[in-house]
Design a protein around this ligand. Sequence first.
Ligand SMILES: NC(=O)c1ccc[n+]([C@@H]2O[C@H](COP(=O)([O-])OP(=O)(O)OC[C@H]3O[C@@H](n4cnc5c(N)ncnc54)[C@H](O)[C@@H]3O)[C@@H](O)[C@H]2O)c1
Length: 337
Amino acid sequence: MRIAVIGCGSIGKRHIQNLKALGVKDLVACDVRADRRNEVAERFGLAQTYEDYQGALSDGANAAFVCTPPVFHMPAAMAAARAGCHLFIEKPLSSTLEGVDELLSLCEERRLLVMTGYNMRFWAPIVQIKALIQAGRIGRVLTGRVGMSGYLPDFHPSEGPREYFMFQKALGGGALLDMSHGIDFMCWFLGRIEAVSAFHERVGGLEMDADDTTLLLARFTSGALVDFHFDLLGRAPRKSCEVIGEQGTITWDTVSHEVRAYDAQTARWTATSCEVAYNEVYLAELRHFLECLAQGKTPMVTGADGKHALEVIEAARRSAQEGRVIQLASTAAAAVR
Ligand SMILES: NC(=O)c1ccc[n+]([C@@H]2O[C@H](COP(=O)([O-])OP(=O)(O)OC[C@H]3O[C@@H](n4cnc5c(N)ncnc54)[C@H](O)[C@@H]3O)[C@@H](O)[C@H]2O)c1
């Protein structure tokens, strides 16, 4: 099994390290930057690195990890699919929906697996919230709330606005694309989103042209209403989630690291501590992907899931631009059928 890693920045390096730790021996990598190529060759003992993905894909890779800034995900993934590779594409699947259907059709035609890297689905507290909802512990879900906040200059402290793509709209930076993890895991809990209303803008003084804040209200096809708060300005890094059902409430945040569940019948809270080592989540995600490759199983986070998050993102952008609620075309069409 040969795996090609496309893009050797922060997540590319993490995946190379983790793939090696999980026993993948045949790894090749590419990056447009020579310093990144040299770093991974030395640090991980890779025999071969390439300047572009065509080179990395020319040696008969079975799978490719797409770890570039989002705007390059589709061209790299398309080249890898044409070369016959199964795909692990980092989140967000892309920066827009352009080319996504073409890629997913090609992969379906060629029976290639596509996994989107929304790794929070492998994080113990998120897994636990999903299990509690599925077990009916809070009854029918009515409303919810997701918060994701962090200070962008703290993400890659050695890189400024000109080096790090997250500051730049043209490369797929910004809060909405980056923090779309929250959209993905809420859809994992509750199903598809059918309508969106959003603010999507720059509120703070960071040197960036991508959104530093997106506030998004969503109605799910189940009828549940959820608000998402994403910002790249908060000095205290924090993620949180609250799900309110007919019979109780579930809460979680990365300050307490506790999933707490309130049961209306007993009028009591129960709490479970869910603190895990940061890298464990990425290891779990890769174990799953390798298992899917070995057994031909459908990944837990599919290309279609990545596409749905992008539909929500594009609807949020339109809503902010046009100042109105946007109905998602895909869920409206599904309702008519
Ligand atoms: N799932 C997660 O938790 C997680 C965490 C971090 C990043 N990400 C995602 O991973 C992607 C990359 O993020 P990052 O933080 O590693 O960025 P990064 O800037 O650290 O790394 C990106 C790398 O891609 C290289 N690159 C750019 N264009 C290329 C091309 N055409 N071919 C080959 N290499 C190219 C750059 O030189 C750079 O080294 C983004 O989509 C991001 O959202 C996901």
